[in-house]
Design a protein around this ligand. Structure first.
Ligand code: HEM
Length: 445
């Protein structure tokens, strides 16, 4: 049976805490399935598209969320959709699905475009200054878009304190505590959690108060409330007030850093491939003048969208889908014992030698509408697949295309780092030392 590269236990714990992407040996990018035992837990890694379909769709009921993932995320996200399981998850998914209908998502496009345009204007005003960390800039942009699409201006009084508390909350979310890794009893204190306790309390209190104010507004003047995610969520049928707060926090945790990473990597990859960047710029020059409504952009700008999708192939913002087998199963001829850890890793699947022509190359043409049909539905999974597929996928694609179009229609981003960025997995795939880029105003429309 194929094995992943063996690491000693201390080396495994060290690597898993610092950068789990470094665990994988070459074979992980070549084999359809692999099995290894880590910290005495049998672990099966599934790369083969048919086997992915088996585990995440056909036999999805046999695979629960992995306990380690739950230990890390649940103290923060509680009963939100990402960490809910069983009947609670089914009820929540049913209740929240209507929030993300195509009509509701399209309704948020003008806000996304307005925030992106304001952000591009700010960058343009400071263009040609010293290089800036575009990874961090994209976090600021997606934060701004998320708070505007979630709350409109409901947290207007406290944006700085809110942003600071959110930062500390997200920072904690990315930490893998060794006690979690070793499955130490829950009563043992996790240092990161203790340090972030105050800001998390503030953050939760502010969200609870904001939701309460909006509830009062909806009761008093149902038609006067803004049509943002908060209103849509409060109108969702069948969620308790606590569950609504958990889901607002989940949207922030799941929907902010992910999109920022997708944008940062896209700008970096385009900067390294000037011919591809030219094609996107030409598309924007030719098409944007006849597309006044940003609701149309995600479908009417195929090259911009293809660049985003190809960047999410090479640097999937969520690099790992982690499950645990409830009962024994057989996957692509390999035995999966009950209790085994099952990993489906977009990071590996998207770079797999047998699935992609020149897997390490940035080739956005793969994702042009005329080429997409050649891809197996289960070989490209940045948003996961099956019943637990990302509920915000169309929101994220729309936001990504709108943000890229707004930035690239007048700015050019050039990478100035001395070395290629080093990707590390801290929940998302991030460039370890940021993305130093020069932002120029050379594109005058
Ligand atoms: C689930 C990726 C943006 C909310 C997921 C999953 C992936 C993913 C891979 C499945 C996890 C699993 O199966 O274990 C991404 C990426 C994004 C993105 C790459 C951006 C580029 C968003 C946004 C939101 C969101 C914008 C909300 C506003 C969620 C939620 C779930 C989820 C609530 C849990 C769904 C469930 O378990 O039923 N996301 N996501 N995501 N995502 Fe996203």
């Amino acid at each position: 049976r194929p094995q992943a590269r063996p690491l000693s236990t201390p080396a495994f714990v060290w690597t898993a805490m610092r950068n789990p992407l470094a665990i994988w040996g070459e074979r992980a990018y070549r084999e359809p399935v692999l099995r290894d035992d880590w910290l005495r837990v049998p672990t099966v890694v599934v790369n083969d598209p048919a086997a992915i379909r088996h585990c995440l769709v056909d036999n999805a009921a046999n695979y629960a969320m992995q306990p380690l993932r739950q230990r890390i995320l649940r103290p923060m996200l509680r009963d939100g959709l990402l960490t809910a399981e069983g009947e609670l998850w089914r009820r929540s998914r049913r209740a929240i699905a209507p929030v993300f209908t195509p009509r509701n998502v399209a309704g948020l496009a003008p806000v996304m475009a307005a925030r992106s345009a304001a952000f591009a204007e700010r960058l343009a005003a400071e263009a040609d200054a010293a290089p800036r960390d575009v990874a961090n800039e994209m976090t600021l942009l997606t934060y701004d878009i998320l708070q505007a699409t979630l709350f409109t201006d409901a947290i207007a009084g406290e944006p700085v304190a809110f942003a600071r508390a959110m930062d500390s909350f997200l920072h904690r979310m990315g930490r893998v505590d060794p006690l979690d890794l070793l499955d130490a009893p829950a009563f043992l204190p996790r240092l990161g959690r203790l340090l972030g306790h105050r800001s998390t309390r503030y953050f939760r209190r502010l969200i609870a108060e904001t939701a309460a104010r909006r509830r009062a507004l909806l009761a008093h003047d149902p038609d006067g409330a803004p049509q943002d995610l908060l209103t849509l969520l409060l109108r969702a049928d069948g969620l308790t007030p606590d569950e609504i707060e958990d889901n607002i926090i989940t949207f922030i945790g799941a929907g902010h850093e992910t999109t920022a990473r997708a944008l940062g990597w896209t700008l970096y990859l385009l900067a390294c491939a000037p011919a591809e960047r030219d094609k996107v710029e030409r598309e924007l020059d030719e098409r944007l003048p006849s597309l006044p409504d940003p609701r149309d952009w995600a479908d009417a700008l195929p090259r911009t969208r293809a660049a985003l999708e190809e960047a999410m192939r090479l640097y999937p913002p969520a690099p790992s889908l982690n499950r645990m087998a409830i009962e024994a199963d057989t996957v692509a001829g390999l035995e999966v014992p009950a209790g085994a850890s099952l990993l489906v890793m977009p990071w590996l699947v998207h770079r797999h030698e047998a699935l992609w022509e020149r897997p390490g190359h940035f080739m956005p043409d793969r994702f042009l509408p005329e080429n997409r049909a050649r891809l197996d539905r289960f070989q490209y999974i940045p948003f996961g697949v099956g019943p637990r597929v990302c509920i915000g996928a169309s929101f994220a694609i729309q936001e990504g295309v709108i943000a890229l179009a707004s930035l690239m229609r007048e700015l050019r981003f050039d990478y100035v780092g001395a070395r290629a960025p080093h990707p590390v997995q801290k929940i998302t795939v991030q460039p370890r030392d940021g993305l130093p880029m020069r932002v120029g105003r050379c594109r005058v429309s």
